[in-house]
Design a protein around this ligand. Sequence first.
Ligand code: ADP
Length: 250
Amino acid sequence: MIEAIGLSKYYGSFAATRDVSFKIFAGEVVAFLGPNGAGKSTTMKLLTGYLSPSEGSAQIAGYNMSKDRIEGSKHLGYLPENGPLYPDMNPRSLLEFFGTARGMDRAHLANRIEAVVDMCDLGAVIGKPVGKLSKGYRQRVGMAQALLHEPDVLIMDEPTGGLDPNQIAEVRRMITNLGKDHTILLSTHIMQEVDAMCSRVLFISEGRLRMDKSIKELTDEGEPLDVVFHKLSGEALEESLQTKKTAVAM
Ligand code: ADP
């Protein structure tokens, strides 16, 4: 359902991602882990078609996101890192705007807005500008926008980032529910989140995919996830220091 095929993205000579490949199958909920600056957001933007790759390709539900983005986007809901844009719009006008842009007819859109407002509990803030809402509410507006057109694939960039513990619990509950009938890739820093919601983990650092394992494989290996995470982060840091030392020596 989600496939990265040799995805690289260069900014000048700097590679934000390098030859990243993985496949996520229907019904999986997969965690995307890695230190800050590892390339998670970039990979997610390449998968959604928001960025075009320097090399490689991305597929959503079998559609190449460079060539068939409109068809692929019908299957895809994307929650960007900092929630929805357009701070002056209120949640209702924002949802109407996105629904219309997606070509949804009026009656269907009205029904779907009602459904996502209810699902994301936005009733109390429906008329307030998005820019004036708390981070928790903004995140929920982003979620409502991602779910509006009933996609079967969800890509969520730090869905619990910057939320307080109550809001985190709420968003986790929502994602766990969505995981029953959606294919999901979500990025996070929180290890408990991975254990609670995901069946597989992808780990990226310095733009390269370092690990792709199921939670079962990791559990069978007997190492707690946070230990694995620190080890992989440490290895990546060591490797980068070595590369810099070699470059200086030359
Ligand atoms: P993560 O989401 O894992 O924190 P990002 O994908 O946001 O990481 O960034 C990966 C790397 O690419 C970082 O070093 C970041 O500074 C760099 N980067 C991201 N976007 C740009 C850009 N538009 N121009 C230059 N460098 C960028």
